[in-house]
Ligand binder design. Structure first.
Ligand code: PAF
Length: 281
């Protein structure tokens, strides 16, 4: 695997890739890689000729400086995992390489900005779109792969691609789970065994809602799900919503795609998870 830390070196390399008529698949990450990330790499490898994984803990998407500081950084282990997954290129820049001064960024993403994650993490999606736009312009990928676990992020990025007419195909990859059901996340590193045990209520509740899903029962399902999670010791629920999968507004009976999304704290660790209840027909 080739490792680049400067944009210039990466761009030089990608000129050769394109000259060889190879397609480029981009897997943007913040590192602390796990099987969920590796499944994105695998899907990317099945789809494109050359895979570029980026590892950059993007400061502009953290609204809490303490959260940024304690975000796990495990670059040596990440490199080993990427090598084993046969990733072709790793781009691992430092902050100066990606942000060279007082830049301004604002993208009007409409109501996606303030709903769900946007409400609990103000400014988060401005930071996400800012860095993903930089990566798209730098790498010019044919395809970019994002995990369904950050469902709202997938919608936000697809809105950006539409607004700015960026020529990239987006692929949302399924959530990877631990054998006990916990959605894989870089933040799981911070969970104590006790936190982990209680956090299982998130996937248990989502599965329960999925198995009992009926368009006519949305309000009752949401209420029951909220109390299942709130009654779990050590878990602080932020939101549990059953929403229209395109708008993230509360689902209505004729919403085509319906998604249940949850955010909660297990001890000090903030976790998110979701399940698609009714895919578009
Ligand atoms: O999903 C993530 O890890 C990040 O939000 C992303 C897309 C790499 C942007 O920093």
């Amino acid at each position: 695997m080739k490792i680049f830390t400067t944009r210039e070196a990466l761009q030089k390399h990608l000129l050769l890739t394109r000259a060889a008529n190879k397609t480029i698949g981009l897997v943007p990450t913040m590192g602390a890689l796990h099987q969920g990330h590796l499944s994105l790499i695998k899907q990317a490898k099945d789809h494109d000729d050359e895979i570029v994984c980026t590892i950059f803990v993007n400061p502009t998407q953290f609204n809490d400086p303490k959260d940024l500081e304690k975000y796990p950084r495990t670059i040596e282990a990440d490199i080993q995992m990427l090598e084993q997954a046969n990733c072709d290129v790793l781009f691992n820049p430092d902050e100066k390489e990606m942000y060279d001064g007082n830049e301004q960024w604002h993208l009007d993403i409409g109501q996606l900005e303030n709903l769900l994650e946007g409400k609990f993490r103000p400014g988060h999606y401005q930071g996400v779109t800012q860095i993903v736009y930089k990566l798209f312009t730098l790498v010019k990928p044919d395809t970019a792969f994002f995990g369904q676990k950050d469902y709202q992020q997938c919608l936000v990025i697809s809105k950006m691609v539409e607004l700015l007419k960026i020529p990239v195909k987006l692929i949302m990859c399924p959530i990877k789970r631990e054998p006990d059901g916990l959605a894989m996340s870089s933040r799981n590193i911070h969970l104590t065994p006790d936190n982990h045990h209680h956090a299982l209520i998130l996937s248990t509740t989502l599965n329960w809602v999925k198995s009992n899903f009926d368009h006519g029962k949305i309000t009752t399902l949401k209420k029951t799900a909220e109390s299942m999670i709130s009654n779990e010791p050590g878990i602080e629920l932020e939101y549990f919503e059953i929403v229209d999968g395109d708008t993230l507004l509360p689902a209505v009976e004729d919403s085509k795609k319906i998604v249940a999304l949850v955010a909660a704290r297990a001890g000090k660790t903030r976790l998110i998870d979701n399940v698609i209840l009714s895919p578009k027909s």
